[in-house]
Design a binder for this molecule. Sequence first.
Ligand SMILES: [Zn+2]
Length: 118
Amino acid sequence: MKLTQTIIDNLLITVKKSTITHAHASVILDGNRPIIYTYNSHWGRTSKHAEVNAINRLMALQPKVRYNAQRNKKNKIHKKYTLIVIRYSNNHFVYSHPCPACMRRINDCGLIKKVLYS
Ligand SMILES: [Zn+2]
């Protein structure tokens, strides 16, 4: 996994699409290759966190794997993706450790090997 300036630039473009007060963006990397950029979005009266939007899109790309966390945990073969989360506010990166619900989703999907955050 290599965090390039292009990835950082694309995260900054993505985070500006969020209309949530605490704007977050995520990217999922397959090796060094960014495959999904997402941001947090309104969801009813609450919001869907950027990490959850990213995992949902990753699951959609993985029709064979689906929500088969047990098998993936055992084999670890599909756990090859890196998830990066940033929060950006007033031209600064802000601490963005995923919340407990997102951490659960990240662990349960069985696809994410490594999580990085701002
Ligand atoms: Zn969260």
